[in-house]
Design a protein. Sequence first.
Length: 340
Amino acid sequence: MIELLKQLCALPGPSGCEDAVRAFVRNQAAPYADEIREDAIGNLMVFRRGRKTPVRPVAVCAHMDEVGVIVKQITEDGMLKFGFVGGVDPRVVIGRAVRFGEVTGVIGIKAVHLTTAAERKTMPKTKELYIDIGAGSRAAAEAMVSLGAYGVFDSEVVEFGDGLIKAKAIDDRVGCAALLKLLEREPPVDTWFCFTVQEETGLRGAASMAYALDPGFALVLEGTTAADLAEVTDGKAVCRLRSGVVLPFMDGATIYDAALFELLRDACVRRHIPWQTKTRIAGGTDAGRIHKSRTGVRVCAAAVPVRYIHSPSSVAAAADCEALLAAAQAFLEELGGEDA
């Protein structure tokens, strides 16, 4: 699964421009699919028959998009002014490389010796940043990048330390990797494997996907914030790397189905899959839109803890990624009535 995750993280796919990821996923999924649908907004929905057929469909979901940047203005001296696509902390991007297709740039800010004492005490605002693509004039920049162009962090995928991986877009290419690995096995129950778009900008793809499929049960696979850092104690760490898959019971967008939470938790316990939950109620997943679709959908979620999420250098543990895959398989086995 880790090699697949590395391939997925290397692809560009900011919200609204998931084309490269979608093409890769379709190619990987095609040999195992009984049906593939792509809707107008760009969701990719892959169906594989299982050993049992439920009354309403089962959906397992992950989003293809990542955070990124979009060009809003080109200055006379050839610099790019930009906005973030999705939630990004400006502190983590200064001096980092971005790319627009084959064009590379560096995110810059006014030199520190030109700032005031007051400016040095505050977090920089996005409007104070720019992207330097090496152009010497507006005309030169316009020949390289257009207004509205999407960019992503230019970050190498690296395995390091004690079983860790560093990459951009671990949120949520880890979920996409797990879905693709699940697709390789005959599922215990008929299942739609849903690769959604525009999660980072408001859970948008999930809304149209859920309306189209009208699932009875949905499991959302995600990456979630871990703050298990030096001097961060107790519950402030939220969740921890190498401590297993994260099973949330509530976040800022969803109160997860209590019975499904218990089903998934107990399934992990019986199968000796390491698991944890989050100690902070915040953020949200595609479940926030899915559970409100039509007459309602029962939802639960499983996630990989990720340090420095939504940055050029997100970090996750390989063991937690494997635990995510195992938990998702366990969920399908429980719905199919199969023993551990």
